[in-house]
Design a protein around this ligand. Sequence first.
Ligand code: SF4
Ligand code: SF4
Length: 467
Amino acid sequence: MNARADHSENFRDRVATIDASGKRIWIYPKKPSGVLYNARTVVSIILLAVLFGAPFIKIHGQPFILLNVVERKFILFGIPFWPQDMHLFALAVLAVIVFIILFTSVLGRIWCGWACPQTVFMEMVFRRIEYWIEGDAHKQRQLDRAPWSKEKIFKKFLKHSLFFGISFLIGNTLLAYIIGIDQLWEIVTDPPQEHIAGLSMMLLFSGIFYGIYARFREQVCTMVCPYGRLQGVLLDANTIVVAYDYHRGEPRGKLRKGQDTTHLGDCIDCRLCVQVCPTGIDIRNGTQLECINCTACIDACNRVMEKINRPRGLIRFTSMDAIERGEGLKITSRIIAYSVLFVVVTGLLTYLLLTRSPVETAILRTPGVLYQELEGGRIQNLYNVRVVNKSFRDYNIQLKLLKPRGEIYMVAGQNIRVPGDGMAESAFFIRIPRSEISGDKITVVIGVFHGSELLEKITSRFVSPED
Ligand code: SF4
Ligand code: SF4
């Protein structure tokens, strides 16, 4: 997908932020402005409000979202999930992956430019602070080249203090998603020696975020992010991306008064699209791995087109097929296959979520204990039961033998009390009249009840002298 007039592919030999000797090229993007930048600002404000606000939301006293990977405790939209729900988690991950593949093959990297937390923080928070303190690109460049002075020390100190403060806030928010806002508050308010591990995590996260936004920056997108690396296989000529219309733009050339420019295309080679690019690329070279679809170059070029009285959209959201052959988005077999797969996976996930039992019961014959023969010709087996309560409501569980005829005798108390988001264990006997037993091991069906509500049916084996 090369749009260069000279068809040189040299620019693909290395990423735009590394020179021929392997040294980092620091990017000073010009401050973007325009309709799309304003729209991105609104989207970012909404996303940041959700990101920072979600840990404070509680439903019935429980977090709205909790991703405690350390204690393997997860709450999504107020619903607790246990390690026993791993199949749901695996399906949800699969659904997200299929959605990302489908979305990317149609709309390219729009996620990266508009919704990815890395871009939202980098371009809408940290970069704006940088513009505010150090000025636009050329002033930042001048400041970095200038010898140390009071002004430079002040500006750098102020910028990096704010950067660390915001990184601390982001680190704490991430921690709130993992341990919950209440525990985070305890770490903040209790004496430090009581939460050495929590405080260490806080500082570690803050340090990592500070390092990313102060130094590493766009290299997260171009070198680290696996999604970014996958673009080569996810995109094709039918995908909508930020693209330069080289049919319209080439041959490029500067507008000079008094010179005949009728042989030139619409690109006046002002390089504004390059100057605003946060990853330092020239979109006129064609679709590139580094492009995060932030649309800053679209805004910049549209302003130029307006000034020179040419139609907007020399750089726009479009596909290479559209530029080359004027074809709109085609519903390809790839898009159909991904869509079908997505519908199947989300359908299955929805079904499993809707039919998910609030408790999960495991019943096993007690190891090492054989059957016992009771008076009256009955046989009994001993079982262990463990009930996991996957909701925040308390349950009083009763076990009833549904098949065959017989009875359940609980070793300790008739009911098993399982607190919300908790677990309980007990033991019980199943007693079956000999007349019900024929042949080998028989299968027993046990109903798990809360009052009259049947929550689950569990099958197990029953051994008898017939074995
Ligand atoms: S901003 Fe537009 S006109 Fe200027 S160099 Fe880029 S593509 Fe050409
Ligand atoms: S080429 Fe344009 S859309 Fe892509 S990263 Fe650069 S400015 Fe953003």
